[in-house]
Design a protein around this ligand. Structure first.
Ligand code: HEC
Ligand code: HEC
Ligand code: HEC
Length: 132
């Protein structure tokens, strides 16, 4: 019984920390995703992507995308491209796969999964993201 009470108290503390650090950080609204220096696009039609970040941050948990955030790094929210740099399309830590795997946290992964659940969000390469 005693153990259970301690567990509950600790959960409450963690939640408070999460809430206060969430408030301390500015959540960007619109982001233009920057290609890391020296990283070549796979095709000529691949344009820069404007990402409505604020809207996503309201509709999805931060960690559903910022998958390396943990209790230890809470509130750092480093850009994905700080780690996902290489232009090898098969590299799980590369730039391409961060946005295009079959499941979240990639953009296309989350959007296609939601589509199969009958939900509405864009999935077209040049209509949703890489607009001409
Ligand atoms: C749908 C995915 C998604 C969700 C949900 C999300 N983010 Fe992001 N966030 C991103 C992407 C993508 C970037 C841009 C990364 C890049 O340019 O490499 C970003 C960038 C940021 C940045 C700027 C980092 C920098 O220094 O350039 C901050 C701060 C941030 N997010 C905080 C948050 C917080 C806080 C939440 C939750 C309230 C959140 N994000 C929810 C995907 C998301
Ligand atoms: C601190 C470094 C780091 C940051 C920041 C980071 N990632 Fe990752 N990511 C990794 C590593 C390392 C892997 C390889 C698998 C693992 O360790 O989780 C990975 C794997 C992935 C995968 C799976 C790739 C595959 O081929 O299966 C996706 C998708 C992904 N990250 C998207 C993102 C997105 C989107 C962001 C930003 C919102 C982001 N990552 C931020 C390091 C990072
Ligand atoms: C965890 C799931 C998830 C991830 C990851 C995700 N999205 Fe979304 N996206 C959504 C949802 C949910 C919507 C809103 C659907 C609605 O309510 O209309 C959306 C909508 C959009 C829209 C349409 C906005 C509008 O005004 O109609 C664009 C563009 C978009 N996302 C781009 C991206 C990009 C670029 C990334 C990756 C950097 C990304 N998304 C990652 C869930 C996600």
């Amino acid at each position: 019984m005693r153990k259970v009470c301690i567990g509950v108290a600790m959960a409450a503390v963690t939640l408070l920390l999460a809430v206060s650090s969430g408030l301390a950080y500015k959540v960007p609204d619109e982001i233009v995703i920057k290609r890391p220096k020296g990283n070549t696009p796979l095709s000529a039609w691949v344009t820069e992507v404007k990402f409505p970040h604020g809207m996503h941050a309201v509709k999805n948990a931060c960690e559903s995308c910022h998958h390396k955030e943990s209790d230890k790094t809470l509130g750092e929210f480093v850009p994905c491209s700080q780690c996902h740099k290489s232009d090898d399309p098969d590299d799980p830590t590369g730039f391409f796969r961060a946005w295009h795997t079959e499941a979240a946290p990639s953009c296309l992964g989350c959007h296609t999964t939601r589509r199969t659940q009958g939900k509405d969000n864009p999935v077209g390469c040049t209509t949703a993201c890489h607009k001409p």
